[in-house]
Design a protein around this ligand. Structure first.
Ligand SMILES: *Cc1c(COP(=O)(O)O)cnc(C)c1O
Length: 430
């Protein structure tokens, strides 16, 4: 099929982004019109796509005791958080700033789990005041700090230990977190000792076991390598008189960027519950912390071609988005689908699509066959996760606006930064 066919979905396959009369749409909104109205670079999200991703989890769960805590570092825009809060989500936070966002979006703090290796006392205090469900503690030193802060407030902190099960998630090394050499979690061999410490500290109440083995997993077997080890640990804890109420398997389910066929939440959950049943642990409540799989393909990044440059070895399409808007290609060598919003006829040329930033790593897509002219608007796919949340002001570039499409309507859910925003707070010496 050519890009002109009327109902062709974009490569990453979310049907809410599709061509209609030769123009890429998000739901009922034409993206060329949106780019003309609001400028580029522009992140565009589909509300229906967010809902559908949520639905795939809620259908998979059915009536089983599972709490989905959205791993909000993937996309923490208040409108996205509000949408998930309305749908009943909890949130996995990694900072006091993320807690503030959850509360601002009307999220339920009793469904919040607090992850991260470096929680500071003020962040712990804020989370205890808000009444979060659980702290996922990552070291013995952190357990002492959690207990001290809780005691100073006359409270007890509910804790899980993030256990590092030493399994290979078979994903990019930068997003693999469950191996011995990673900074995350407590080695499974030391977990029993760490739990004994947690159980002995007066400011703590042990409630769970937690892990998060990596991101963009396209195979579920690493979850099950981890699961068996965690269930062994829960048996040992039980024998030691430490009873566990919930098991948190973290996030990590992959999405389609190009031709991946990621496992579904149902495939994961059915097998997890089979194993819980088989091992006599059906009483455990389950927590999942999906980020990318709830938002990744619910967004695109629109960018305009500034110049075409035909160098000796390569053809470059220089666009107005850059690594400060979409870091994943530079950081992980990641592939993002790329589609012209209004495809042209003509013989395609192979382009490297690059930004204006003064770094050779500032590329967004490589060796793509495209028919382009300056001024054309392109859509980078799968930009709903780890795109805006990783954006920076490098080269004193303003961060782009974010728009949520809902049917025929669109809402600007974050205004484009201004240059004055960027200079605010700075001063020179007298
Ligand atoms: C990043 C992260 C998640 C979300 O991961 P995804 O791969 O986006 O699903 C969940 N839990 C923790 C602890 C994380 O650090």
């Amino acid at each position: 099929m050519t890009p002109h066919s009327s109902s062709r979905p974009i490569l990453a396959g979310d049907p809410h982004f599709h061509y209609q009369n030769g123009v890429l749409h998000a739901e009922g909104v034409a993206l060329d019109t949106l780019a003309a109205q609001l400028g580029t670079p522009l992140y565009v999200y589909s509300r229906a796509a967010l809902r559908q991703a949520w639905q795939s989890y809620s259908d998979a769960i059915g009536s089983r005791p599972v709490l989905v805590c959205y791993g909000m570092k993937a996309n923490s825009n208040l409108a996205v958080l509000k949408e998930f809060a309305r749908l009943g989500a909890g949130f996995d936070i990694v900072s006091g700033g993320e807690l503030k966002r959850v509360l601002a979006a009307g999220g339920d703090p009793s469904k919040v789990v607090f992850s991260g290796v470096g929680k500071q006392p003020w962040e712990i205090r804020d989370a205890l005041l808000a009444g979060v469900k659980c702290f996922n503690a990552e070291s013995q030193a952190e357990l002492h700090c959690l207990s001290d802060v809780a005691l100073s407030m006359g409270r007890r902190a509910r804790v899980s230990l993030r256990v590092n099960p030493d399994v290979d998630a078979h994903t990019h090394p930068y997003i693999s977190t469950g191996l011995k050499e990673n900074k995350f979690g407590i080695a499974i061999e030391s977990a029993l000792d760490a739990y004994r410490l947690a159980a002995s500290l007066p400011g703590l109440e042990v409630v769970g076991v937690d892990c998060h083995i990596g991101s963009q997993l396209t195979d579920i077997s690493p979850y099950f390598d981890a699961l068996e080890k965690l269930l062994d640990l829960i048996e040992q804890l039980d024998a030691a008189g430490i009873s566990i109420q919930h098991l948190d398997l973290g996030g990590g389910l992959g999405i389609r960027y190009t031709d991946e066929i990621p496992p579904s939440p149902k495939a994961l959950l059915d097998r997890v519950f089979d194993r819980l049943q088989a091992r006599g642990m059906a009483h455990l409540h389950l927590i999942l912390e999906p980020g990318r799989s709830l938002v990744g393909n619910a967004g695109v990044l629109l960018t305009t071609v500034q110049y075409l440059k035909h160098a000796e070895a390569r053809n470059f399409a220089i666009v107005d988005a850059a690594m400060n808007d979409l870091l994943r290609p530079a950081l992980y060598d990641a592939y993002h689908g790329l589609q012209p919003v209004s495809p042209r006829d003509g013989t395609p040329t192979e382009y490297d699509v690059v930004g204006p930033i003064c770094e050779s790593a500032d590329w967004l897509a490589r060796q793509r066959k495209l028919t382009l002219q300056a001024g054309d608007v392109l859509a980078l796919e799968s930009a709903g996760a780890y795109a805006m949340t990783m954006a920076s002001n490098y080269n004193t570039r303003t961060r782009a606006a974010e728009v949520m499409v809902d049917g025929q309507r669109h809402y600007v859910v974050r205004e484009r930064e201004t240059l004055d925003d960027l200079l605010r707070g700075e001063s020179t010496l007298p």
